[in-house]
Ligand binder design. Structure first.
Ligand SMILES: Nc1ncnc2c1ncn2[C@@H]1O[C@H](COP(=O)(O)OP(=O)(O)OP(=O)(O)O)[C@@H](O)[C@H]1O
Length: 304
């Protein structure tokens, strides 16, 4: 478990993170989201004990990370996958980490296997593709079989196969009891990977909680209704009940403000035969835009 309590981080006069409190639960994948400059990397660096908070406390499994005698078994991290020596092989790179952290050499082979790098383990890292570099970063993070895993943009630059692999990996580690914190700018991917979300905007907490709840609280769900009948009587009844009705197509209505059961009951009352009655939840991307619209540091003008 990772706990942040009233954490503020200033770099000189710049406030990177302000009064941040949230909990990352064990056996769950938590997505850390936010526009550029929101404070995600700063938050991860404080969790890892690389940066000290200006005020507030950060605890991993109940204690400050810097107090832990065996850091790689407590917490594994990938912050910048490409900050490695390009002239070394992946095996040599992982062996040197294992050696300095007193981890068994066989664990190097295990993580090479786990990340699909065994066949290229003796090649110079400088010849690796972006995706292979990401896999190596994840291999290093997994070396100590950590209880907590922190990955900054792990799917950045990966092909669809690699993205799918990262998703399956973190989900399976969480199901085995690992606490997983992952940042990403890819909302569709995060929607499939995360159980919980922490959303930052300009260094402040914008939302936190189970993914479904965060999406539902930030957006308006709707009900898609399709009928071959005249939609007039149903539309009038819905408007009377306070619903918003948008006639997207000749035979399709998008209804907001009332649950699907209520729409079904009104259809029955007005004698409207329904071909479709489908509750629709907004996407994580829509929720993200709604939550962070006032917290985006850099924006381009709207395309005309
Ligand atoms: N070492 C530093 N010195 C000064 N300012 C910093 C430093 N590190 C980060 N910042 C500033 O703190 C704010 C938060 O940065 P951070 O890198 O944590 O954001 P982020 O959410 O990870 O952004 P991105 O999505 O672009 O990676 C930014 O305004 C950034 O310019």
């Amino acid at each position: 478990m990772i706990e942040l309590e009233n954490v503020t981080k200033r770099y000189g006069g710049k406030v990177a993170v302000e009064d941040l409190s949230f909990t990352v639960r064990t056996s769950r994948v938590t997505g850390l989201l936010g526009p550029n400059g929101a404070g995600k990397s700063t938050t991860m660096r404080m969790i890892l004990g690389l940066h000290r908070p200006t005020s507030g406390t950060v605890r991993v499994d109940g204690r400050p990370f810097t107090d832990d005698p065996a850091p790689l078994t407590a917490i594994g991290a990938m912050l910048d996958a490409h900050a490695v020596h390009p002239g070394r092989s992946a095996r040599a790179h992982l062996r040197s980490i294992a050696l300095t952290h007193r981890l068994p050499a066989r664990r190097v082979d295990e993580v090479l296997e786990l990340t699909g790098l065994t066949t290229v383990a003796n090649r110079r890292i400088g010849t690796y593709s972006l995706g292979m570099g990401q896999r190596l970063g994840i291999a290093a993070a997994l070396l100590g079989t950590p209880r907590t895993l922190v990955l900054d943009e792990p799917v950045n630059g990966l092909d669809p196969d690699g993205v799918h692999w990262v998703r399956e990996l973190v989900r399976s580690l969480a199901s085995e009891g690992t606490t997983v914190l992952v940042s990403s700018h890819l909302m569709s991917e995060m929607a499939q990977t995360a159980d919980d979300l922490v959303v930052l905007g300009r260094g402040r907490l914008v939302a936190a909680g189970p993914l479904d709840q965060v999406v539902a609280s930030a957006t308006t769900g709707s009900v898609r209704v399709r009928t071959a009948d005249d939609p007039g009587p149903l539309t009038d009844a819905l408007a009377e009940a306070g619903a918003g009705v948008d006639r997207a197509d000749d035979d399709v209505l998008t209804v907001t403000g009332v649950p699907s059961e209520h729409v079904g009951a009104l259809a029955l009352r007005t004698g409207t035969v329904l071909a479709e009655l489908v509750p629709q939840q907004a996407s994580l991307e829509q929720a993200f835009f709604a939550l962070t619209k006032d917290a985006v540091e850099y924006t381009a003008p709207e395309a005309s």
